[in-house]
Design a protein around this ligand. Structure first.
Ligand SMILES: CSC[C@@H](O)[C@@H](O)C(=O)COP(=O)(O)O
Length: 396
């Protein structure tokens, strides 16, 4: 079956699906420079923590293939050039940690390729090749990682509920964490896809995800595209849905993604995630975060240390969409931006909120599901031993 592809890449060429035009129009932008990638990420034509990191890393790879470092005359200058482009890209969106984790890895890869005494231009070429290979590896690993998260998450849920094809479970998800937010399959939506593929999913509910509507524009599009039984609700309907779950809806879990999971398990994700976690706890519904280890930030101790991006007022006070014809069909060639509030009203528009770890039942990574120990803490040392030793080991 065809799958949705947010990012198309071959060496020297990067194309990114413009998600602002979805679900009405499939348009890919060519990304040839870091500036174009920065704008694509900042304007949210591409979004989702893993996808942001992949686009930034590959955009610079494309730039290097096309000769952007040609003025560098020594290995030091080549590395300084790479560093400065990556530092610039890092500022595009601040909350998702995948981008900074990718940048750390890419900088290390470039440095590791330095060979003492090797003459320029061989030394330069070795550094460029190492950077490009590391960037391409981020793309390749992400898909494998998502498949693995899907499997671990489905198994964990199956065990919690003794789910079988005769006793399926329903889930609720928020924002978009699918193929469009990653290199493919997705994280939270990847678990839903895997549950469906294994015959264990009764129904998926997705929230609209105001203000930017990643749920109604993107997740519902992905669910319809794949024929997964699904229903769209507004963010404000979740409480009513949970209230009915015991008798009729059989909601087994809320499954969300993450922009940054910090050392104690506190998790920043799309605004509205926290209120879902509170509601889930009140109604005895499991709350699961699906996050590759690239979304884990071991250097930040608690959620209080996470910088939350604030976005512009127009995301609340205006909305865009395609024109609906009198017969109910959609005309994708006629899009409109519409004011839906008094344009003078003060607006607070944080893009993310933080869910405290005590409201989270499991954090599913590509290395397995992490649950709290008897002390109520998440321990990530099992799923990322090397980074744990390098960062936390040195502090204890
Ligand atoms: C696998 S994507 C995980 C998160 O990045 C996702 O849940 C989310 O909050 C995306 O926010 P966005 O502002 O659309 O980039």
């Amino acid at each position: 079956m065809a799958t949705l592809q947010a990012i198309k890449y071959s060496r020297g060429k990067l194309q990114v699906l413009d998600q602002l035009r979805l679900p009405h129009e499939n348009h890919y932008d060519d990304i040839t420079t870091s500036e174009e990638a920065f704008d694509c990420i900042k304007s949210m034509r591409v979004r989702g923590a893993p996808a942001i990191a992949i686009v930034a890393a590959l955009a610079h790879a494309v730039e290097l293939v096309n000769g952007s470092s040609s003025a560098a005359t020594s290995p030091e200058e080549t590395i300084a050039h790479i560093d400065s482009r990556l530092d610039y890209l890092k500022e595009s969106r601040p909350t998702a940690v995948d981008l900074s984790n990718a940048i750390t890895l890419l900088k290390l890869a470039a440095r590791a390729a330095r060979v003492e005494g090797l003459a320029h231009p061989e030394a330069k070429e070795a550094i460029l090749n190492a950077y490009i290979a590391a960037a391409e590896n981020i793309l390749a690993k992400d898909l494998l990682s998502n498949m693995s998260i899907g499997s671990y998450g489905a198994v964990w849920l199956q065990q919690q509920y003794n789910a079988t094809p005769a006793r399926k479970i329903s889930v609720l998800t928020h924002c978009n964490t699918g193929s469009l937010a990653t290199s493919g399959h997705g994280t939270a939506l990847g678990i839903i896809r895997t549950l469906h593929a294994r015959g264990l999913l009764e129904h998926a509910y997705c929230t609209e995800t105001r203000p930017y509507n990643q749920g109604s524009r993107l997740t519902s599009f992905e669910l319809v595209f794949e024929g997964i039984p699904a229903t769209l609700i507004t963010d404000s309907m979740a409480g009513a849905l949970f209230n009915l779950h015991r008798e009729r809806m059989n909601i087994g879990a809320v499954i969300v993604g993450a922009d940054r999971v910090v050392r104690n398990g506190d998790t920043a994700n799309k605004i509205g995630t926290y209120q879902l976690a509170v509601l889930a706890r009140h109604h005895g519904v499991k709350f699961i975060v699906a996050a590759p280890t690239t979304s884990i930030d071991l250097e930040t101790l608690t959620g209080a240390g996470i910088k939350i991006e604030e976005r512009k007022a127009e995301e609340l006070t205006q909305i865009s969409g395609a024109v609906v014809n009198a017969d109910g069909t959609i005309d994708p060639t006629k899009t409109a931006r519409v004011a839906i509030a008094d344009q003078r009203i003060n607006v607070w528009n944080p893009a993310f909120d933080v869910t405290p770890h005590d409201l989270i039942d499991a954090i599913v990574t590509e290395k397995g599901a992490v649950v709290k120990g008897a002390d109520g803490r998440f321990d990530f040392s099992q799923v990322m031993p090397e980074r744990w030793d390098a960062i936390v080991g040195g502090q204890s």
